[in-house]
Design a protein around this ligand. Sequence first.
Ligand code: ADP
Ligand code: MG
Length: 705
Amino acid sequence: MRPSLLDPLFAPATSLPGVGPKVAEGIARIVPSTGLDDEARIVDLLFCLPSRVIDRRDVTTIADAIPGTIATLRLRVDRHQPAPRAAKNAPYRVFCQDETGEIALTFFRAHGDWLVKQLPEGEMVMVSGKLDWFNGRASMVHPDAMAREDAGGLPPIETVYPGTAGLAPKTLRKAIGAALERLPDLPEWRDRSVNRDDLSEAPPTFRNVLERLHDPEEPDDILPESRAWRRLARDEFLAGQLAIALVRARLKRHGGRSFISKGAGPDAIESVLPFRLTEGQKTSISEISTDLAKPEKMLRLLQGDVGSGKTVVALMAMAHVAEAGAQSVLMAPTEILARQHHATIAPIAEAAGLTVAILTGRDSASARQPVLDGLASGSIDICVGTHALFQQGVTFHDLGLAVVDEQHRFGVHQRLALSAKGLNPDLLVMTATPIPRTLVLTAFGDMDVSRLTEKPAGRQPIQTASLPVERLSELAGRLEKAVADGRKIYWICPLVEESEQSDLVSATERHEWLSERMGSANVGLIHGRMSGPEKDAAMAAFKSGQTRLLVGTTVIEVGVDVPDASIIVIEHAERFGLSQLHQLRGRVGRGAEASSCVLLFRGPLNEVAEARLKVMRETEDGFRIAEEDLRLRGEGDLLGTKQSGTPGFRVARLDAHADLLAEAREEARLILATDPELSGPRGEALRILLYLFGRDEAVRLLRSG
Ligand code: ADP
Ligand code: MG
């Protein structure tokens, strides 16, 4: 249970004055929610840090202000001169003065009542904006900010928050101010004798740093390098590392087990494979079997570009575990992928004498029951599925290994979900994201890593070309020939952010258009709005060759495998990110046939889009593409996360705070060495820290022991 002390912070943001559902939605867009749902909480506002400040500390005079630049002035309001009724387009002017002269504040389409309230005659006001001179008279058109001095004037430093699209900065600032007022006094979780940047001053408290960041005294206060931000980063890293360390400690407590295989299981698989393993696959397989044989739990990440052949590595690991008498699961992120994994794995594994099943959320009760029975009795060796595998009602006879195919999302969450269910199998996480080593550390903690760096032999390079959409008909003509030659083609239409509707329309429209040209029997359609069985049918028809051209949205991005598909057209390629283009292109080039990729774009291209298409034409190397992607989009975007911090973090940033990471790991280790259950007074405070940064799954582990 969350300590009640934190309740005010976890109340919905809408409980703040001035925050309605729309504002809350805007907030949720800027900062990912700490809560389990997507609802914005008050605590989320606290972690929404300013990106820059407007510095108004230098108050100047009308005479001294530099024309054409932003000036902050202290003025006395002399008189209002509303626009004459007849001249609708004439401005409303407010004449003000200071000791150096007169200035006209000029407003177009102004609301006179409002201006009279803002700038009452005879009052002293502070005004900030661009000052200009016309015909020897100073004027300021639509000042950026105005405030009466009796109401406190303008803040000398005003914070500006990132990405407040659709959210008035003032509204956000107010909401954050109100959120700060809800911040209760929290016990200190820092050991104040260590990790200090500056030993001469008392280290700032959590409250201090939030107040400082949201209400800075100096512009530098809001830099990531500032003491305040560094303390927050330390806190967040500590929470993350503590969570990871708690998972580890629990895994250890439950003891690992050693799965012994003489190699018969894996050998049986290898003998029925239609190809020879690459060196990288062999190395990874041997690293994994070594882990499996050890009495400790395995926690290993298998990194390999799309098409590098991760599935067979997983299969060998599962065969190893089966030989040792235990069960394995392979969990896929989507239904399609789960079915596809099953379709690939089952014939091979069954030929090698293993029993394979599939379990997804979509199965009928009658299909489900025998699988549940087989899992409980132990007659099923390998079960492929979605997260339905870990839902209630699923019990395993003896689960030894969980393989999680994460494609290109990642997190410690699955691991925690497993542990929370009381399951503690060895764990192999597969990802196609070429995550840099430092990110592996932050997101996964101390995971061992195996990498597949080469593609299976016999693969032909993929020819990649870009083509303006004006040449659509010409392209269609060429594709007609290709279809006549018996080739299979993917045609991808973009998924327009947050607009399933328009994505759907473009895919169906294109499907219709292509059906007319190529004959509707040849052209299939697949998209996210279709039901599961409809999607399966579309995939199956394409796989079997009944349809030759499959029009789809990015549903087919994730790992879909039709080895004899050899052409992919990506429409509106300019809208896709580099790693997504790479993932999509990876759908072809999987067989022995030479493949091609056509990036169909609608010009004019901006610089970044142009650079992306160029990289795509130049290389197929996933690591190079990831690097370019990083360069073109900034680290935060690499994994498609929306926050400004490093992926998986809310305020900490690897670029500015990397030095704090190792320190946090060490500290987490020390803490758990002295107080493994976090039960002392500092332990209590640390639990609060875990909740604050959304690492509370780890707290649950403590209790369930
Ligand atoms: P990914 O790493 O993207 O999950 P897959 O495991 O789906 O890749 O493998 C992609 C394709 O390559 C599959 O059709 C698979 O059968 C094939 N494949 C895997 N390993 C080899 C190999 N050593 N030689 C030839 N083909 C292979
Ligand atoms: Mg795969």
